[in-house]
Write a protein that binds this ligand. Structure first.
Ligand SMILES: Nc1ncnc2c1ncn2[C@@H]1O[C@H](COP(=O)(O)OP(=O)(O)O)[C@@H](O)[C@H]1O
Ligand SMILES: [Mg+2]
Length: 139
């Protein structure tokens, strides 16, 4: 099953995230792939809204992971700075792949692909132009 969505601006990507959140269940992993500025963190903001997270979602930056509390916990992982998948393992992040509670979203998931469980929702982002982004969603 594959779904392709073109969003015309950040608000539409946020709305898509909210919609996806409504259909995610505890133990789900969402793997995000795409270049800098392609909209990954923006989608996570929408997922957080959809899970009734009240904290502001930012890029984990120097952290590899953050957990937000919502309807269920949202674990936000970012492999941007990971040079080798072992760094993710050593940080104990396999605990969230899959999570026992809540859902996990991983930015730059292609860098830690071997840790992403089978059955995860993969979303590839492509920068089109200006504020247009193509999202290809596959389970
Ligand atoms: N259609 C769109 N979807 C998502 N973000 C968009 C879109 N159009 C413009 N943007 C802007 O692009 C940037 C995306 O940044 P971010 O979500 O942090 O990307 P990433 O996490 O992939 O590096 C934001 O500044 C956002 O406002
Ligand atoms: Mg990001």
């Amino acid at each position: 099953m594959e779904r392709v969505v073109i969003t015309e601006g950040p608000e539409e990507t946020i709305r898509l995230g909210e919609e996806l959140a409504g259909r995610l269940a505890e133990g789900d992993v969402v793997a995000l792939v795409g270049g800098l500025g392609s909209g990954k963190t923006t989608l996570v903001k929408g997922i957080a809204l959809g899970l009734f997270v009240r904290q502001a979602v930012t890029s984990p930056s120097f952290l590899l992971a953050r957990t937000y509390q919502g309807r269920i916990p949202l674990h936000h992982l970012d492999a941007y700075r990971v040079q080798h998948v072992d760094e993710f393992r050593e940080a104990g992040l396999e605990e969230f792949l899959p999570p026992e509670e809540g859902i996990t979203v991983v930015e730059w998931a292609d860098r830690v692909a071997e840790l992403i469980p089978p059955g995860s929702l993969w979303i590839h982002f492509t920068y089109l132009d200006g504020e247009r982004r193509k999202l290809t969603i596959r389970r």
